[in-house]
Design a protein around this ligand. Structure first.
Ligand code: TMP
Length: 239
């Protein structure tokens, strides 16, 4: 297999393979926030995120969601379909938290009866600005039909994930997804799903996600390991 580095990200590096339609994602032990302004090495984080994300993508694939995930290769690597990433962060919120609470002056944890979807333009130079559907089509990031698909698919994924996390005693507060297009133009769920890009609260209100790093609440790997243990217990039961 060739190991050509195609892209170096904040949390993952992407390598080419002998098959132009497949890539290898290597999860790294790095945590960043504020667009990389704060950066820390956290031993074991890459392994935890790869294992968590692989379990979730396997389940999404089984549920019929079109994703880039092919298989997990090792503790820190997975094989993915090559896609061209649509430069949008699609955020869905089930409850108020984070930037939403700040923007609207609302306390965290209020239930949003209808989950709210937001778009952010993935552009480091502009600090990933908050944009609406019309900005998305104006900027040529997606057509209006594609925007409608991204929203309906995100809502469908939310329904599945909300239920899976509820089974293990966790509330899925919000999350961020990224999508890409494969060589045939089909839109696939891409990137990762891990406590780096969602908020998970347990019944006692503990944060089992990256807010532990953002807000200095304790050991990130300890809480990610708890999420993994709970997901593995369910996965083993289903086998
Ligand atoms: P926010 O409240 O900071 O806007 O974040 C909403 C959700 O999106 C939260 O689960 C974290 C996730 N997120 C990312 O994964 N990457 C990002 O760059 C941002 C801003 C949020």
């Amino acid at each position: 297999m060739s190991t050509q580095l195609l892209y170096q990200g904040k949390a993952k590096d992407i390598y080419g393979t002998d098959d132009p339609d497949q890539i290898i994602s290597v999860y790294k032990d790095q945590a960043t926030m504020l667009n990389g302004a704060r950066k820390e090495e956290i031993a074991g984080k890459g392994r935890l995120n790869n294992l968590i994300s692989s379990l979730i993508f396997e389940r999404l694939n089984k549920a019929g969601v079109a994703t880039h995930f092919i298989k997990r290769l090792s503790e820190t690597e997975q094989l993915n379909k090559m896609v061209s990433i649509i430069p949008l962060e699609v955020v869905l919120r089930n409850r108020t938290a984070g930037s939403f609470s700040k923007r609207f002056g609302l306390k965290e944890g209020l239930v949003l009866e209808t989950p709210i979807i937001e778009f952010y333009y993935k552009n480091d130079d502009l600090d990933d600005p908050f944009i609406n559907d019309e900005h998305v089509t104006f900027l040529g990031l997606a057509t209006s039909d594609e925007v409608a698909y991204l929203k309906s698919e995100t809502r469908r994924i939310n329904e599945l994930l909300k239920e899976w996390f509820a089974e293990i005693g966790l509330t899925l507060v919000d999350f961020k997804l990224e999508f890409g297009k494969d060589k045939d133009g089909q839109i696939l769920l891409a990137d990762e799903f891990s406590p780096d890009n969602c908020r998970l609260w347990d019944a006692k209100g503990n944060h089992l996600d990256k807010d532990v790093f953002r807000r200095n609440l304790g050991s990130l790997t300890e809480v990610y390991a708890r999420v993994l243990e709970r997901l593995q217990a369910v996965a083993e039961k289903e086998e």
